[in-house]
Unconditional design. Structure first.
Length: 188
C-alpha cells in the first residue's frame, strides 16, 4: 500500500491494488458523465466491475500494468476518490506511461496530483532501469494539463489524433532523479 501524505487541509490518501469489494464504489464513480467522457471503457454494471477487477489483478500478476485504487480515509471508512495506473511497463524498460481519473466529489481538491506523485515515486524506486514516465491526454482536457504540471510532468509536445482518440493530445513527461555517485577515491 502507498500513501500520499496529508496536507494542511486534506487527509492522507491510501493507494492499493483493487479488491473485489471495490465493485460497488467503482460503478458509483463511473456514473459521472465527465468521467465517462474521458474513458474508453466505463464500468456501469456488476459484470463490468468484476471484469475490470479481474483484469486489474491479472495485470498486477503479469507485472506490465499496475492499477491503484485511491482511497480517502474517514471516521466512517474509506471512500474511493481516484485511480492511478502505471502501464506499458516492460522488464528493464526505460519508459512507461501513467494515467488516472478522479471521482466527481474529489475533483479540484488536489487528489489527482498527490496520488500521481505517489505512484510516480513508487515506479521510479521499484522498476530497475525506468527513466521516464509519460502522461498523455486529449488536447481539450485542460484539467489534465494542470494535474500533470502539479505532479511534476511538464508539457513536452502535441501528439496527432489516432484511434481510439478523436482529437490531438498532449504528452507530458517526468524523468527519474539522477542518482548521486561518490566521487572516485583513487590515489588514496
Amino acid at each position: 500500500m502507498l500513501c500520499a501524505p496529508p496536507t494542511p487541509t486534506l487527509p492522507e490518501l491510501l493507494l492499493r491494488p483493487w479488491r473485489d469489494d471495490d465493485a460497488t464504489a467503482l460503478i458509483a464513480a463511473y456514473r459521472d458523465p465527465v468521467l465517462r467522457r474521458w474513458t474508453r471503457a466505463p464500468v456501469t454494471t456488476i459484470a463490468e466491475a468484476r471484469r475490470f477487477l479481474t483484469e486489474a489483478r491479472r495485470d498486477w500478476d503479469d507485472g506490465h500494468r499496475f492499477s491503484f485504487a485511491v482511497l480517502e480515509p474517514s471516521p466512517t471508512g474509506e471512500t474511493l476518490v481516484a485511480q492511478v495506473i502505471l502501464k506499458n511497463v516492460t522488464e528493464g524498460g526505460e519508459d512507461a506511461e501513467v494515467g488516472y481519473w478522479t471521482a466527481a466529489p474529489a475533483r479540484g481538491r488536489g487528489v489527482a496530483p498527490r496520488a500521481l506523485t505517489a505512484v510516480t515515486e513508487w515506479a521510479f524506486a521499484r522498476l530497475a532501469g525506468l527513466r521516464r514516465l509519460d502522461l498523455m491526454h486529449q488536447i481539450d482536457n485542460p484539467a489534465s494539463c494542470r494535474v500533470a504540471e502539479k505532479a511534476g510532468y511538464p508539457f513536452q509536445e502535441v501528439l496527432p489524433a489516432r484511434p481510439p482518440f478523436p482529437r490531438d493530445g498532449h504528452r507530458h513527461a517526468r524523468w527519474a532523479e539522477p542518482t548521486q555517485e561518490c566521487p572516485s577515491r583513487s590515489g588514496r
